[in-house]
Design a protein around this ligand. Sequence first.
Ligand code: BGC
Ligand code: CA
Length: 224
Amino acid sequence: MFRLICLSLSLAVTASVTFAQDGETIKSEEQLFVAKHGTPRIDGNIDEVWKQAQRVDVNKVIDRLLTIDKDVVATAKVRVLWDTDHVYALWQVKDPQLSSKSRDPWDQDSVEFFIDENRKRSKFYQYDDAQYRVSFEGKISGQGVGFDESNVKAVARKTRSGYVVEMSMKIQGNKLKSGRKLGVELQVNDDSGTGRRGAVVKWNHAQDDSWNDTSNFGTVLLEI
Ligand code: BGC
Ligand code: CA
C-alpha cells in the first residue's frame, strides 16, 4: 500500500505538498485540518472542550463579490469537533457592522458550513451534501439535497468585535470514527449595513461555488 505521510497532523496543512493516504490523493490546492473528538454544549458559550481543537482562518476573499474596503471585511476563526453522530463548529467572527437588512439569508451577516459526508467531491450535490447557514441572530437556513433543518442546532451571540456561532450538525450516513475524512468548506457572508452582501470570505476555495459543487471543498480529518 502506498502510504506517504509527510505532514504534522497537529498543524493546518496548505497541501502544496501532495500526499496520499490509503490510495487517496488530496488535490494540490486543497487544505486540510484536524477535528478533535469532543461534545460541546450548544449554548453560545465557549466550553473547555473547544480548546483542544485546531483553529483555522476563514479569510480568503472572493474578489468577484467584493464591493467594500478589503480592510473591513468580516473574517472568522473556526474550530471543529466531532462525536459519533455529529460535527460541531465554533465560529468566532470579526465583523464591525452587523446587519440582517436583506431578505436573502446569504446576504445577511452569516456563516456557512458545507459538508460532503462521503467525500466524493461531486460537481453537484448528492444525498449526503448540505449547506448549513446561521445568521448572527441565530437564524438557520440552508439548502442542498442533504439539507434537513432538523439536523442542525445553533446558537449565536454578539460580541464586542462581531459575533460567535456555535452549531451542531447531525450526520446522515455512517457513524463517525477516528481516521475518517470529510469534505468541508467554510464561508462568512458580510453585509456592512447596506442590505446587500459586500464581501464573502472562505476557508479553502475563493470562488462562489460551494453551494452547488462539492469538488473544491477542503478536507477535515477526524482524530481522537
Ligand atoms: C452563495 C450564494 C448562493 C447561496 C445559495 C451562498 O453560499 O454565496 O451565491 O445563492 O449560497 O444558498
Ligand atoms: Ca458527497
